[in-house]
Design a protein around this ligand. Sequence first.
Ligand code: CP3
Length: 356
Amino acid sequence: MPLPAEHPLVDGRTVGSPLVQAARGERPPVRPVWFMRQAGRSLPEYREVRAGGDMLEACLTPALAAEITLQPVRRHGVDAAVFFSDIVVPVLLAGVAVQIVPGRGPVFDEPVRTAADVARLPALAPDALTPIADAVALVVAELGATPLIGFGGAPYTLASYLVEGGPSKEQLRTRALMNSDPATWAALLDWCADVTGAFLRAQVLAGASVVQLFDSWAGSLSRADYQRSVLPHSRRALDAVADLGIPRIHFGVGTEHLLDLLPAAGADVVGVDWRVPLDEAARRLPGVVLQGNIDPALLFAPADVLDRHVTDVLRRGDAAPAHIVNLGHGVPPDTDPAVLTRIVDLVHAAKDPRVE
Ligand code: CP3
């Protein structure tokens, strides 16, 4: 199925953008930069529009979700918007009760731990995603040549919230289920992959030019577990938009030991956290476009220390076929937003030595 005629990649609006060019392995004159969690509590304008309101309600109110998505583009001049939503939104829209507790994260009324729990998970009705498509359409109408990144949670990360009932450090119950009841595990991860896949697809059909799959907790898995019990399901989620021909980014945290396995999930770009220098990641992933990997801790360092680090990240990123500049993980809520704007200016002023 092709993209609609009015999609920004079809009518040409975002085709020449640095983000789309870099994601396709070309070298734009200026490196693209955006930040994971650029929309959020680091921005006073975000805190103002969210004041007193519920996070998931904001995600399901198209005009508000669109406004919050646009805020960091206006303020920082980043090369992409990332859709304001959450990895658990499609789970909620499927009918599973979940709340986002401020300072903690997604919390489920009833954890999903047994074969019967998994069998009861409801299918996501296609029209349940209407508020998402509506919000994306509002954003894309405002963005012009700047691409919107759609996103979803990878099946393992999403399943870990469902099984644990909330955030957890090492996902012990999740990995116990994976190893003790492989059939129930596979059914749960397929459900998560399908919910995320439908969420990604709705965002792309409504106008997102790129997608990113977030596998925030994949780092706690062994290589064997990742390869056998997780990777095929991440591939299933990414496959949900494969026929649409849009660039796909795959990001994980703490995935140093898994890096060479990630491309098999099907994405065009691998996001690297701050632990692995990009030139080393490029050696381990020949021919793969890389995204990252400014250490979020250095957002709190003096300007000269941060600037030296950013310059070093750019130099190392030159070892990849193309480089999308980002942090190694999300923007911490107490970040001074002026620091993010300065990084954008620094990246845009830096000459890419590989481009004439
Ligand atoms: O990046 C962006 O600007 C787009 C928006 C976005 C949010 N969540 C908004 C949000 C994205 C891409 C996510 C993804 C997400 N959500 C992930 C994967 C990315 C990662 O950071 O590893 C995960 C693990 C979640 C689950 C989740 N939702 C957590 C851990 C939290 C934080 C809880 C807290 O209060 O610190 C949330 C809530 C959330 N999602 C907020 C935002 C802006 C904070 C809500 C608030 O403003 O109160």
